[in-house]
Design a protein around this ligand. Structure first.
Ligand code: NAD
Length: 437
């Protein structure tokens, strides 16, 4: 069977779904690996490196493949060039890709979305949201240190003492914790805030100070944050204002699954920052945590430079691609049996990540958004009343009732139900609280 590595067509995308050093993992599974020419060029992986690793570099990669792997979803035009029944594995933002999902369904493509892989312990090695957030968080801290025209660490020299930079991080999920760890390693004094109660301990474990705003915490289902009310958001802004005014660098990474990013910092709050201060808004492309930030640009607000993130993992394409490729290898290993690509749709991870298969949309919230509510089940006809037949005193048998051994059960299979429930949870909650260890 053939796996093709797609050349990314999204503007500004530098990552690639497979790196040469992991090609052997796929050939060991029994696959032939095809690579579109130039697929890895922007991540510094030349075609020759793939060929040396045992892959075939060919323009026909997509047309010949049983499975196509990519970072971003293929465009509808490229989907049309796939073989019947081919499979794609990539990020696929289902909420904003209804036309594409419709095409994938209509062309009979099996599509898996990396952001829907359940975030359970067993699937940690397949968690591309985490691997790419790790890259983003690191990059944010480096950008802040690069833009700030002063030291991050304390320096005690014969010429005098230089005080360390004060860094504030808002949002302490995977990216935020990595930003904290990186800023700490560079010697800054770091304080951080997150609405989840569990985050305070995680912030402290990174050596930073957890800011306590004395506001109620906002735990959503599945270990994620909940959206704030307007009133809570106002109180949070007011309480955060002095911390932000005092910061040399502010890094924001807050997100709520399935929602635009929460606005945590107004332009007026940024205007209170000191001359030369910097703001790095990782959430700029999903709505922005900072009012006025622009994805892919540095804008000036008051005395501060405000950097807006735009496909941040792609700014470190080598490591981001390698981590992502490893996520794919793990997922493909789960989906391979005896050298054949054979995803088991009864498996929670496979079912959770599946978007389309066999001409149907399997991801229920997306199916409902595109196709409308599921049709109500046929009403069960009520059998005509029948006279009980006396058998022996105290027992009744009803004529016409299905025998327990021969009658067809109308109950849905528990595995199908579990898979469907797992998919439902993917709408907002791609991970399992039980497993958040
Ligand atoms: P995310 O990208 O959805 O959000 C980033 C952070 O923003 C979160 O910590 C969230 O609490 C925070 N946030 C939201 N609204 C905020 C606000 N108004 N003010 C301040 N902060 C706000 O989250 P993520 O980084 O993908 O993951 C979040 C949680 O999931 C973390 O606890 C993480 O450890 C956990 N997780 C678990 C697993 C697992 O396998 N069990 C895998 C990945 C992540």
């Amino acid at each position: 069977m053939k796996i093709a590595v797609a050349r990314e067509t999204r503007e500004g995308e530098s990552r690639v779904a497979m790196v040469p050093e992991l090609v052997s993992k796929l050939t060991d599974l029994g696959y032939e690996v095809l690579v579109e020419p130039g697929a890895g060029a922007r991540a510094e992986y030349a075609d020759d490196l793939y060929a040396e690793a045992g892959a075939v570099v060919t323009d026909e990669a997509l047309a010949e493949a049983d499975v196509v792997i990519g970072v971003n979803a293929l465009t509808s035009d490229r989907v049309r060039s796939l073989r019947d029944g081919a499979t794609t594995l990539s990020f696929l933002p289902v909420n904003t890709s209804h036309d594409l999902v419709t095409d994938l369904r209509d062309y009979g493509i099996t599509a898996f979305a990396m952001e829907l892989v359940p975030r359970i312990s067993r699937a940690q090695s397949m968690d591309a949201l985490s691997s790419q957030s790790l890259v983003s968080g690191y990059r944010c801290a480096i950008v802040a240190a690069g833009l700030l025209r002063r030291f991050f660490p304390l320096n005690m020299t014969a010429a005098g003492t230089v005080q360390p930079a004060q860094v504030v991080v808002l949002g302490a999920g995977v990216a935020g914790l990595q930003a904290i760890a990186t800023a700490k390693r560079l010697g800054a004094v770091v304080q951080a805030y997150d609405v989840r109660a569990a985050a305070a301990e995680e912030i402290r474990s990174m050596g930073a100070k957890a800011i306590d705003l004395e506001l109620e915490t906002l735990e959503g289902a599945g270990g994620y944050a909940r959206e704030m009310t307007e009133e809570r958001a106002e109180r949070q802004k007011e309480a955060l204002a002095p911390y932000i005014a005092n910061a040399d660098a502010l890094i924001t990474t807050a997100a709520v699954p399935g929602r635009t990013a929460p606005l945590l910092v107004t332009a007026a709050m940024v205007e209170q920052m000191k001359p030369g201060s910097v703001v790095v808004d990782l959430a700029a492309e999903t709505g922005g945590n900072v009012e006025g930030s622009v994805p892919g640009q540095i804008v000036r607000i008051g005395h501060a430079q405000v950097w807006g993130g735009d496909n941040v993992p792609s700014q470190m394409p080598g490591p981001a691609s390698k981590l992502y490729a490893q996520n794919l290898v793990s997922l493909l290993t789960l989906m391979t049996s005896e050298g054949e690509f054979a995803p088991d749709f009864e498996d929670e991870v496979v079912a959770g990540a599946a978007v389309t298969h066999g001409g149907r949309i399997l991801h229920e919230p997306t199916r409902e958004a595109i196709e409308g509510p599921a049709e109500a089940e046929e009403p069960v006809e009520t059998p005509p009343p029948v006279e009980p037949v006396e058998t022996s005193p105290g027992f009744e048998t009803v004529a016409g009732a299905p025998s327990s051994t021969t009658g067809e059960s109308s109950a849905p299979s528990s595995t199908t139900e579990a898979a469907s429930a797992a998919r439902d949870e993917q709408l907002d909650l791609p991970f399992d609280q039980e497993d958040d260890k």
